[in-house]
Design a protein around this ligand. Sequence first.
Ligand code: AMP
Ligand code: ZN
Length: 113
Amino acid sequence: MENCLFCKIIAGDIPSNKVYETEDVLAFRDIAPQAPVHILVIPKAHIASVGEINAENAAAAAKCLEAVAVIAKQEGLDSGFRVISNCGEDAGQTVHHLHFHILAGTKLSEKMV
Ligand code: AMP
Ligand code: ZN
C-alpha cells in the first residue's frame, strides 16, 4: 500500500527494531514507547484497522494475536501485559495499518480498560 508507514517497514524501506517475524506477521519495538516494553504487532498484508477485518482477511489478524502469545513468552512477560488496537480518529489511530500494541514491564494504569 503506497504511503503506508508500516507497509514501508515491512518492505524494509524504513528500518525497525524487529522482535519477531513470520511469513505473515512482523513485530517491532515502538519508536516512542509508552511502557518499558512496547511492541507493535502487524500483519504483512495491509488492513487499515480492526474496523476493516472481514472474512477474507481475518486469518491475517488472527495470526497477529497468535504472535502476541509467542512474543509474550519470548519477552518473558510472565507478570502480564496489555494488548490495544486503536481504531479510527476518536481512538487516536495515527497509522492506518492494523497494529496491536503490546504494553508491559510495569504496573499498567487501571483507568483505561
Ligand atoms: P496508533 O497511534 O495506535 O496508530 O499507533 C501508532 C504507533 O506507531 C505509535 O505508538 C507510534 O509511536 C508508532 N510509530 C510511528 N512510527 C514508527 C516507526 N517508524 N517505528 C516504530 N514505531 C512507530
Ligand atoms: Zn500498510
